[in-house]
Design a protein around this ligand. Structure first.
Ligand SMILES: Cc1cc2nc3c(=O)[nH]c(=O)nc-3n(C[C@H](O)[C@H](O)[C@H](O)COP(=O)(O)O)c2cc1C
Length: 311
């Protein structure tokens, strides 16, 4: 898989760099492709909160600095590793600037997994950084937790630590469906869930939720007007499968039937309802209002509270 590591330490041969190198070595030894960004050696300004990325040019930051090197790589990444020295009980400021600038793309398209590497002087100082990781990355960005690795004082650069990181990197496996984002579609008492795919249109929809749309059953789909979002014309497919959910050209559609006659149409599919859920949709009345939302944030199975410095 494609792995991006943000190294938030300004010291090129420091403790964080040693953790990053060991993790990278392990991951590369089992065929993963790793890109490390030494963010302290890059020029990345803080987010301006101008909302250009959500109001003018979707998913595009108005600031043209070294984030332009990071954005395309992040959009192709399956996993993001945050690595940082602990500064005043949190991540380094340079790394925080990069994190805040992820606000523009919102949900990087392929991102499924994350891990956190922390180096500190003292023990029990990880609560702030873990809070950010847990709530902003695992929950908000719907990523699967691949581990939190910490090193304090003399543990830094120790052979045991570096071996553990090499082994963790080598043990990574390709993305699965764990913690994939799901679209929740509610109509009255009926609620169905559809896993979202990785198209630009799906990412765009995630950024716009929650939404309310209304439409009528045409016999093959519920077609609801929805203000134009961003989508990549090249990602459209020929025809649909019953249960596909599509968004583009000013429409949100639940394509519940008619796949046999659909080959003449080019459709932007963003999610898919399984057979049982699609049957529930088909049984809805002629005219329906749908409440669309993103499934509740993922809660990691990891027992963060047991990590030193969390509470
Ligand atoms: C500005 C600054 C703030 C720091 N704050 C903390 C802290 O709150 N708790 C702690 O244990 N260590 C703190 N440290 C120590 C670093 O976290 C520690 O030395 C770490 O191993 C440095 O990693 P590096 O070699 O990758 O730069 C701080 C260091 C600096 C420079």
């Amino acid at each position: 898989m494609n792995i991006v590591i943000f190294n938030g330490s300004p010291r090129p041969h420091g403790n964080t760099a040693a953790m990053v190198n060991a993790y990278r070595e392990g991951a590369e030894s089992t065929g993963h492709h790793v890109t490390v960004f030494d963010v302290c050696r890059m020029h990345v300004a803080g987010c301006l909160a101008c909302e250009y990325c959500h109001t003018k040019e979707q998913r595009t930051c108005i600031q043209k600095d070294d984030m332009q090197k990071i954005y395309p790589v992040l959009d192709e990444a399956d996993m993001l590793v945050l690595a940082s020295p602990v500064y005043y009980h949190g991540l380094s400021g340079q790394l925080k600037c990069v994190i805040d600038r992820i606000y523009a793309p919102g949900y990087p398209r392929h991102l499924r997994k994350s891990a956190l590497l922390l180096s500190s002087g003292s023990k029990d100082v990880y609560g702030g950084a873990i809070y950010t990781y847990r709530h902003s990355f695992l929950e908000w960005l719907h990523l699967e937790d691949m581990g939190v690795f910490v090193a304090a004082g003399d543990e830094n650069k120790s052979p045991q630590l570096l071996d553990r990181l090499r082994a963790a990197g080598a043990a990574l496996v390709d993305p699965d469906d764990h913690n994939v984002a799901r679209l929740v579609i509610r109509a009255g008492d009926v609620e169905v869930r559809a896993p979202l795919n990785q198209t630009q249109a799906a990412r765009d929809l995630m950024n716009r939720l929650p939404l309310t749309v209304s439409g009528v059953d045409s016999g093959v789909d519920y077609c609801c007007g929805l203000k134009e979002g961003t989508f990549d014309e090249a990602e459209k497919q020929q025809g649909w499968s019953n249960g596909d959910v599509s968004v583009s050209d000013g429409w949100f559609a639940l394509l519940h039937s008619g796949q046999e006659q659909s080959q003449d149409y080019r459709v932007m599919v963003v999610a898919h309802l399984n057979e049982a859920a699609n049957a529930q949709v088909k049984a809805l009345p002629q005219q329906v209002t749908f409440e669309l939302s993103l499934e509740e944030p993922y809660v990691s199975a990891r027992d963060f509270e047991s990590l030193e410095g969390w509470s």
